[in-house]
Design a protein around this ligand. Structure first.
Ligand SMILES: [Zn+2]
Length: 191
């Protein structure tokens, strides 16, 4: 090894370390991070005399959804998708309808608790895509508010939360207007 190299090599190594420590965090590539996905589905029946709450947003309508909690079918599908992504069971295990302490609970509170479970597993939400299925009411005027409330509960940006809605083309119980269903896919990053 020449005398010149013995002086320059430590400098090159230092320069490389500085370069790599800058490039990796800014390249979108995170060492040791693992991407996982989960799927969620839920359905609730319409009943008279209850508020309709979807994605934490109260929607003016003549009927609400039946359930032990506020019956927020959208939040439930998202919670199940998140639990699935970290292999932590399902919403029924964590929030059973036999638990009187959570009777009437806001499902946004359920999402916050699921987010705490994610944090315990060093996981965080990357993005969520959810779809509501119902013949009525119209959800479009409320979608932006739902995205914001869900994002706040999960400690992420509303740009990471997608909420869509479609009808069931008048087919089956959803098509007959007997209830609302929701499905969701969640992607999480685990460090
Ligand atoms: Zn439910």
């Amino acid at each position: 090894m020449s005398a010149g190299c013995s002086v320059r090599c430590p400098q090159r190594i230092l320069a490389f370390v500085i370069w790599i420590s800058f490039v990796i965090p800014h390249s979108g590539f995170i060492i040791c991070a693992m991407i996982r996905c989960g799927i969620g589905y839920d359905i609730h029946r319409f009943v008279e005399g209850r508020k309709l709450v979807l994605g934490g947003v109260e929607i003016p309508y003549s009927r609400g959804l039946e359930g032990h909690s506020d019956a927020d079918v959208l939040a439930h599908a998202i919670a199940d998708a998140l639990l699935g992504a970290i292999s932590a069971g399902d919403i029924g295990q964590h929030f059973p309808d036999t638990d009187k302490s959570i009777r009437g609970i806001s499902s946004i509170e359920i999402l916050k608790r699921v987010n705490e479970l994610l944090a315990q597993k060093s996981a965080r939400v990357v993005n969520i895509d959810a779809t509501l299925l119902a013949e009525e009411p119209k959800f479009a005027p409320h979608v932006e508010a739902m995205r914001k409330v869900i994002a706040d509960a999960l400690g992420t940006s509303d740009s990471n939360i997608s909420v869509k809605a479609t009808t069931n083309e008048r087919l089956g119980p959803i098509g007959r207007g007997e209830g609302i269903a929701a499905m969701a896919v969640a992607t999480v990053e685990v460090e």
